[in-house]
Design a protein. Structure first.
Length: 94
């Protein structure tokens, strides 16, 4: 008695296209857009806000905007990194 021939293994499906996570768009995309796209649009304006040119005000406003975007991106992405539950203090000062 012969055994039936092995069934052909299914062909591996092509790897799905990987999308960039939202945290990457938020952490890098928003600050980059704010500086690289919006800044040239404001470069030729003669608008002043409280005696400060709008371009300078925008650049200075981008500092906390970038910090906020990076903080939010970290909070969104933090679930992908396991907590350190070993209780080890190696590498910390104090």
């Amino acid at each position: 008695m012969t055994s039936p021939p092995p069934s052909p293994s299914p062909s591996p499906s092509p790897e799905p296209t990987r999308r960039l996570p939202r945290s990457l768009w938020l952490g890098l995309g928003v600050p980059s857009f704010a500086l690289l796209v919006v800044m040239p649009l404001l470069a030729n304006t003669d608008v002043y806000v409280a005696g400060i040119p709008l371009l300078f005000l925008w650049v200075f406003a981008c500092f906390p905007l970038t910090t906020l975007c990076l903080r939010l991106a970290w909070r969104m992405d933090q679930k992908h990194y396991p907590e350190d539950t070993s209780g080890s203090t190696e590498g910390t000062s104090g």
